[in-house]
Each structure stands twice: as C-alpha cells, then as structure tokens.
Design a protein around this ligand. Sequence first.
Ligand SMILES: *[C@@H]1O[C@H](CO)[C@@H](O)[C@H](O)[C@H]1NC(C)=O
Length: 258
Amino acid sequence: MIAAILISVLAFLANTTVHAKTGIIVPLYSYPETSSTWAPLRTAITTYPAVQFYVIVNPDSGPEGAPGSQPDTSYRAAVTSLRGHANVLILGYVFTSYGSRAQAAVAQDVQAYAGWTAAWGVDGIFFDETQAGLMATYQAYTDTVRAAKWTSGTTGYIVLNPGEDVGASTYYSIANQIVTFEDTYVQYQRQAPIPLAHAAQQSVIIHTFSNTTATLSSVIQTLETAGIASVYITNLDTDVYDGFGSDWAAFAQDVNSL
Ligand SMILES: *[C@@H]1O[C@H](CO)[C@@H](O)[C@H](O)[C@H]1NC(C)=O
C-alpha cells in the first residue's frame, strides 16, 4: 500500500514541469507604416495564446517625446491592436549608453512611456546598452520604473540588455529578465551552450540565423529544455529588428509546440 502510494507520487513528480514555458521576446523596432507592418506578430499572438509575448516598442530610440506626450496615431493604433490580448506584455525601449546616460534623461523616457494612455499603454521597460557591474547605476535606472505612475496599471516589468552573460550578477534582483545573448547565429554556435545560472530569468536573442528549419527547431528545443524565459531568432541579417524574417512563422510555431 505504502509502496503503491510512493510509486504514484514519484510518477506524479516525474510528470511535473519544473519551469514556465519559454516565451517570445520581440524587438519590434519597425515603424507601423500600415496596419499590415506588424501583422505577422499579431497573427502569432492570436494563433498561439499559450505563448507569452514580450514586445519591445521603440518609436524613436525611446518614446519620442517628453512625459505627458502620446505616440502618433499610426503608432497608437498599432500598439492598441497588440495590447488587447492576455498573452502580451508591451515594453518601452530606453537606451542607457552603457551606464553613462544621465539618470534624469532615463527617468524622462520611463515616465513618458508610463504615461501612454491605457489603450496603447506600456507594461514595463527594456533597458538597452546595459553595462555589467554597475549595480548602483542600474538600481537607480530601474527604480524610476518602480516609482513611475503607470497608466496601464502595470507593476513595471523590467528587462535589462547587456547582450552577454552576467554570471551570478545582482542584476537578477532588479530585473525580471536579462538578455544574456544578443548576437549572430555564428557567434551563438561558438558560445553555446548558454550558461544556465538564472535560466528562468534569461532571454536569448539570435539574429542572422542561417541553417535549416530542423536546426532552428533544435536550437529552440535546447533553449526551452534549459528553461530560458524568452527567445527571439530571426534570419534577417541587416536591420535585423526592422521587420520579420522569412523564418518568423516557423520560429513562432516551434516555440509554441516545443
Ligand atoms: C547547421 O547546423 C548544424 C547542427 O544542426 C551544424 O552542425 C552546422 O554546422 C550548421 N551549419 C551552418 C552553416 O551553420
């Protein structure tokens, strides 16, 4: 009897997933010229409701405008069309010049995004050009997110982008996710496997992907098995975040099914 219970408990544990499913992070740096510019993303969001999307919007290397200003009408409409889905978090792009950008300038950008009207509101911030090892500086940058008044009602989701491994950094205590790889597929092949400390808070961005769709699947499978929080892979090799590569649909389908 006891042995039977033990066996069923062990069987249950073996089937228990130990990490959340890997999501998709999208550096959405294109300007929505028409309603179809962001359509591939919209399609993936609605087709795969079980996949969490982290979408980085970037009107002009930042919010384009001071606190209190709103994005232009095309931009508003495009963000609104993404926001109406439960599996989407919108993040505003803010650069940090590797820690040398003035705190006041960063705070202005954060407050501008925070003030976007709820219909096209932003849920958090993506801090680009993050420099490792500057805890006081990045603590202060990220404090501006926690201090801001968010029209969207968010708690202020934070992603830092050093684009490289930061080891056991204290940055993991001030950010929800950290991009620990952002480079070409060739460079990924040289560096893989990705160090796995804090896998559940790691994001991996690979561009200039050039290999078969079977290899694309296997790269995604490896990152999913490792428990990486979010991933983006594109075969674009110039202006890599200014549109969707021809592998976008296969990529999104793989993340959903693996
Ligand atoms: C394609 O991927 C395979 C592994 O699946 C690897 O062995 C091969 O070197 C890759 N080819 C290129 C051109 O990167």
